[in-house]
Ligand binder design. Structure first.
Ligand SMILES: *Cc1c(COP(=O)(O)O)cnc(C)c1O
Length: 368
């Protein structure tokens, strides 16, 4: 049995006729960028996430850059963010000319450790960008308190957390803005790159809306220097189709997670935890073991694909060497990066596939 890391084909095969009808509608309508299809998606995604405003963007990275830039983050500013994330989080901060200031992560969740944030605040700090990594919402209350105390912008990277919530309130809706990615492999994936920024702040919404489209106030009248970060109509139209299935897909995904947790209980491997009061949507199912590399090799031999999210914490990436961090600065993230392993998971993974993965994990652990 070959088990891919995720299988998007099953989902796409089931929807292909609907996609084709939507593409035909876009072509016949003749509006290929933004327009009614993107607006409809923005309205339905905002409603689904429980926020007032949503803007479709060309990717999650551009959504984050847009949000930071619209908040005025620029050269000389510092932005606090976890060192364990996809590189795009720090990259968007650097794209503003600002300095990413990394903070270590919590031992259990591997999300930014809120107790370490305040010590990282300096007079130059302008914003905090927590990341709801793996689909698990970061504890927002303590972070919101710090943001309020020091008058900082709070922008949530919810690129992996579509539908996640804290006490019923959607991730991405706590701060000034939240961003999502619709990279094909994300829980809600577009037919290509795509993203969104959400906010409850009408002024910020208007600013981001203009900056997404070259800073235009109206056609050919530009009051700020902006970007071309617009979403294509085909992406919006097909995302609207997929959004209608998201609740069902999330429930299926979570049912497979339950099965993983049940079958791996008692194995000598560290399983992911769900903090109390949150809905974790498990973009990734991340286990931990000191025998990670041997286990991953063993699974590969058994035809099971795995991944590591992420093998090198951002402060240790060459791209950020100029920031002057070194090994040992963030011991929790550094140690975890050698132990974490993401097992196959998507809404369409079957129970038999999960059983097979768990059997192989236990066989592999038995050897090492
Ligand atoms: C995917 C991702 C991004 C970037 O999104 P793109 O759509 O790929 O640009 C940013 N942050 C995190 C945590 C991500 O997982």
């Amino acid at each position: 049995m070959q088990i891919p890391f995720m299988n998007l084909k099953r989902q796409n095969d089931a929807l292909i006729e609907e996609y084709l009808a939507a593409v035909r509608r876009v072509i016949e309508g003749g509006v290929f960028i933004l327009g009614p299809e993107v607006e409809e998606f923005e309205r339905s995604f905002a409603a689904w996430q429980g926020v007032r405003f949503c803007l479709g963007t060309s990717s999650g990275t551009t959504a984050l850059h847009l949000a930071l830039a619209a908040c005025g983050i620029g050269p000389g500013d510092e932005v606090i963010t976890p060192c364990n994330s996809f590189v795009a989080t720090a990259e968007a901060i650097a794209q503003c000319g600002a300095r990413p200031v990394f903070v270590d992560v919590d031992k259990e969740t591997l999300l930014i450790d809120p107790t370490l944030i305040e010590a990282a605040v300096t007079p130059r700090t302008r914003a905090i960008v927590p990341v709801h990594l793996y689909g698990c919402p970061t504890a927002m209350k303590p972070i919101m308190e710090i943001a309020q105390k020091y008058d900082l912008y709070l922008i949530e990277d919810a690129a992996q957390a579509h539908g996640a919530s804290i006490e019923g309130k959607g991730a991405g809706g706590f701060g000034h803005a939240g961003i999502f990615s619709f990279f094909p492999g994300k829980n809600l994936g577009a037919l290509g790159d795509g993203g969104a920024v959400v906010t409850n702040d009408e002024k910020l919404y208007a600013k981001m809306r203009s900056m997404r489209n070259h800073g235009a106030q109206r056609k050919y009248i530009h009051e700020t220097v902006g970007f071309n970060y617009r979403m294509d109509a085909v992406k919006g139209a097909t995302l609207s189709i997929k959004l209608r299935h998201m609740d069902r897909w999330t429930e299926k995904r979570l049912a497979r997670v339950e099965l993983y947790l049940e079958l791996l209980a008692g194995a000598s491997i560290r399983l992911p935890v769900v903090p109390p009061g949150v809905k974790h949507v498990f973009h990734l199912f991340v286990v931990r073991t000191r025998a990670r590399d041997r286990l991953a090799g063993f699974l590969k031999e058994r035809g099971i694909a795995t991944n590591i999210h992420y093998p090198v914490p951002i402060h240790q990436q060459k791209a950020f060497a100029h920031l002057g961090y070194s090994r040992g600065d963030f011991p929790v993230a550094e140690e975890a990066s050698g132990e974490i392993l993401s097992l196959p998971l998507c809404a369409d993974i079957t129970e038999d596939e999960v059983r097979e993965v768990c059997r192989a994990v236990k066989d592999g652990l038995g050897r090492y």
